[in-house]
Structures are given as C-alpha cells and as structure tokens.
Write a protein that binds this ligand. Structure first.
Ligand code: ARG
Length: 463
C-alpha cells in the first residue's frame, strides 16, 4: 500500500517495520481530539485564506462523517496507516477526494498534530479525574459529619496512640484529596495552551493565526516556542505524577480499609456488593476492591517512571521514542478513573462498627498523654517528669490488667499523691478527644472548623 510519505522511497516497507512502527492500535483512543483539532485547523486555514471555503466545508463535513464512522464501529483501522492521524487523513481523501482532502495538512505536521491531540487528552483527563476527586471528597465529608462522636484509636507505628473521632480520621484523607485536586487544576492551567502551528518544529511560512485554533479548541492561549511545543511531554509527566500521588493516598486509605475489615480490627464491614468470596473457603469475604486499588498503585508509579525514562536525554525536537508516551498515560488515566469511581461507591456503603472502635480505644492506655498534660497544666510539673510519672501509672495499670482510664484515684495516688479527682474526668476517652481544641485537632470544635473548610472548598469548586 502507498504511504503518505512514500514520495522519496523506491521500495515498499517491510511488514516487520509496518507492525513495529504503527501506533494505531493504541492511538485510536485520540480520534476525537484528532478530529476536533483538524476541524479547528481547517476553520483557521479558511479564515486566513490559506484554503478556500469550498475545500474547508468539504473537509469539515468529511471529518464529521469519519467521526460517526468511528463511533458506529464502521471505521476500518489498518496497521498500514501507521497512526490515527494518517488513518483519518487517508479516509478523508477517500470520502471527499484528494484534491480537497489533501489540503488539510497544509501548515501542519504530525509533530504538532500529535502534541495537540495528546495535550487535549491530558487536559480532559485532568478535568475528569478532578471531578471524581470532588465526588470522593463529598462522600468523605458527608460521612465525617455523622461521626464526630464515634471514637476510635488514632495510631502511630500502627500502635494505639490517642483517641480521635472517626470524622477526624476521614477528614485527613479529605484534605489529601483536596491537595490532589489543586495539583490537577494547577497543571491544567499551566498547560492549557495550544501547540498547533508549531509544525515540524520551526513554525511555518504560511500566514496562519494560531490564536484562532486556540480559541476554537477552548485553550487559554498558545505555546510560545515551536521547538519546545513539539518536543516536550511535561504536561503528561505532570498528570502521571499527579495520578501517582492520588494512588499513594488511595493506597493508604485502602490499606486501612483492608486492616479495619479484618477480624483482628473489626472496625468496618464492607458491603457484600463490593466484596468477593473464595473459591475454596466458603466463609471468606474478601476486600478485593481495596486490594486492587492498592495494587494498581505500582502500575501508576511504573507508568510515571516509564515516561520519565523515555524522555530523558532525548535531543530536540520530536523523536519517535515519544510515541511511547501514550500507552502508560492511557493506562494510568483509565486506572485512576476506575479506582476513584469504585472507591467512592464502596465507601458510601461501608458500615462502621462503632462498638468495636470504642472497645479498641479501651486498650493501649490512649489517655496517657492526657494524664501527663494534666500534671503539667494543673500541677506545674515539668513535662519530662510528668511523662515519667504517667509511665509508672501505665505500668501499674498493666500489672492490674486494666486500662489507664480504669484506674481508681487511690491507685493513681499510690504512684503520685499529687494526683486529684480532676484527673479521673480527664482520663475519660471523650474528654481526651475534646481536650484537643487546638486548630487542626480532633475535638468537635476543631473538627467543625475542618468540616467548614471542606464545605467552602466544595462550594467554590463543585459547580
Ligand atoms: N504516531 C506518532 C506519535 O505518536 C505521531 C507523530 C509522528 N511524527 C513523525 N515525525 N513521525 O508520536
């Protein structure tokens, strides 16, 4: 088959080359960006009198027809066409004739064409993933509102540390996802510039108007340097990085959901709809969704490293190596979307077993810090000394098989006579939580401020 670039060749391509060189198997994903980009380009060519109206109208109609052919599954993708750009252009000439179809590629190269298509895809993905993050933040916010008085142990080193509310723990994730959202939006703003008109790498002698194309496609402006525009993929790297961080956050959340649903913890029950069974052990109910999201994190990191490595040390401007940019990005975008959708739906149906969380709070002497703080605040004992005295009280509780919060005043005074009945009130789990009124803390007062911050964020971003 005759190639579009066949002019200077006297021999046909090896079949091996055809198969190896082609990207159409995966870059067909970019068909709508390619067609929209070509339509904007055509309108600009006609406005700037580079092609006449008749040709422009025919091209626009032909492109629309191709779009519906692809969407109806009638379009024949052929490896000999190499990539989506050439496949669409070839089909265009079949439909409207080469005397018109052949004009589409005036003042354009596949280098700026692919840079445009890929950038459009990345920008759309930025918006789609940020919308999914908003949904997840909304869900966490509404669950958090209901659980200000649900006590659970806060952990460090996966050891019981201090009592916190479930709201507070969930809000920690809410704020992570808000930062993820902000990172996506800032990347979107930075990269919302049209590269079309860069051509092969040095611009064009045709009297084009790049702003017309940019406006038509909804970009906020145009990229300033053609060589940079066809040779960098940092907009894609940013998305791969941002997805990697999102996966870092979801992997931590999923790890906790897996732990919390185990019989050792028993803090939550994941609904049957989002659990799986075992082929051999009839009693099993497994948290596969959370495990898969945790597992996909590895792939997301791999995709980031893959494109970073591809781009490293490439001389300017376009190199075919860059065709390797698409599969890792498509993979990460698909996994990020699917993971965020299912995580959100799964979380909505989780049952929180408050009694088990409360029971867990009664082991591990969670109010130890409160006793030390009481000795400092009410008895003017230096913190280090207060820490030591409290440690002695903990040891006594351990030897009696009790939690620190269950010691009587007599028992506490046997360690340190200065302790009075005020301490008993402070050692209660609820008092311990409520004492932490510092900004960012776990008291209801501090949690309400955090809930309001997230409401404000949702009100200004979820439109
Ligand atoms: N399929 C190519 C890619 O994805 C399109 C650009 C080809 N440009 C070229 N000069 N061969 O990178």
């Amino acid at each position: 088959m005759q190639k579009m670039w066949q002019g200077r060749f006297s021999e046909a391509s090896s079949e091996l080359l055809e198969a190896f060189n082609a990207s159409i198997e995966f870059d067909k994903e970019l068909y709508s960006q390619d067609i929209n980009g070509s339509k904007a380009h055509t309108k600009m060519l006609s406005k700037c009198d580079i092609i006449d109206n008749e040709a422009a109208n025919k091209i626009l109609e032909g492109l629309d027809q191709i779009k519906s052919e692809i969407e109806n599954g009638e379009f024949k993708f052929n490896i000999a066409d190499e990539d989506i750009h050439m496949a669409i252009e070839k089909r265009l000439s079949q439909i409207i004739g080469a005397e018109f179809g052949g004009k589409l590629h005036t003042a354009r190269s596949r280098n700026d064409q692919v840079a445009l298509d890929f950038r459009l895809f990345v920008l759309e993905a930025n918006l789609a993933i940020s919308k999914l993050l908003l949904n997840l933040i909304k869900t966490l916010h509404s669950i958090a509102k209901e659980h200000k008085s649900t006590l659970m142990p806060g952990f460090t080193h996966l050891q019981h540390a201090q009592p916190v509310s479930l709201s507070y723990h969930l809000l920690a994730y809410g704020f992570m996802f808000i930062r993820d959202y902000d990172r996506l939006m800032s990347s979107y703003k930075r990269n919302n510039l049209s590269p079309l008109g860069s051509c092969a790498m040095a611009g064009t002698p045709h009297p084009i108007d790049r702003d017309i194309v940019a406006k038509e496609l909804g970009f906020s402006g145009i990229t300033p340097n053609a060589m940079d525009s066809v040779s960098d993929r940092d907009f894609a790297l940013e998305l791969l990085f941002n997805i990697s961080v999102i996966f870092t956050h979801t992997s931590r959340m999923c790890e906790e959901l897996i732990l919390w649903s185990s019989s050792e913890f028993g803090y939550i029950t994941i609904s049957d709809r989002f659990s799986t069974g075992s082929s051999i052990m009839p009693q099993k109910k497994n948290p596969d969704v959370a495990e898969l999201i945790r597992g996909k994190t590895g792939r997301a990191y791999g995709n980031l490293i893959s494109l970073l490595t591809t781009m490293k040390s490439l001389p300017l401007a376009y190199n075919k190596d860059m065709q390797e940019d698409k599969e890792p990005l498509f993979d990460s975008v698909k996994n990020a979307k699917n993971s965020l959708i299912i995580l959100n739906e799964m979380i909505k149906e989780i049952k929180f077993n408050k009694e088990n969380m409360l029971k867990a709070c009664k082991t591990g002497h969670l109010s130890a810090t409160d006793l030390a703080d009481y000795l400092v605040k009410q008895k003017q004992i230096p913190f280090r000394q207060a820490h030591f005295i409290t440690g002695k009280c903990v040891a006594l509780a351990e030897s009696l098989g009790k939690d620190l919060s269950e010691l009587s005043l007599d028992e506490l005074q046997s360690i340190e006579p200065i302790i009075d009945s005020n301490a008993l009130e402070l050692l209660k789990l609820e008092s311990s939580k409520e004492a932490r009124r510092s900004l960012g803390g776990t008291s209801d007062y501090s949690v309400d401020i955090q809930l309001n911050l997230i409401s404000d964020f949702l009100n200004s971003n979820d439109k």
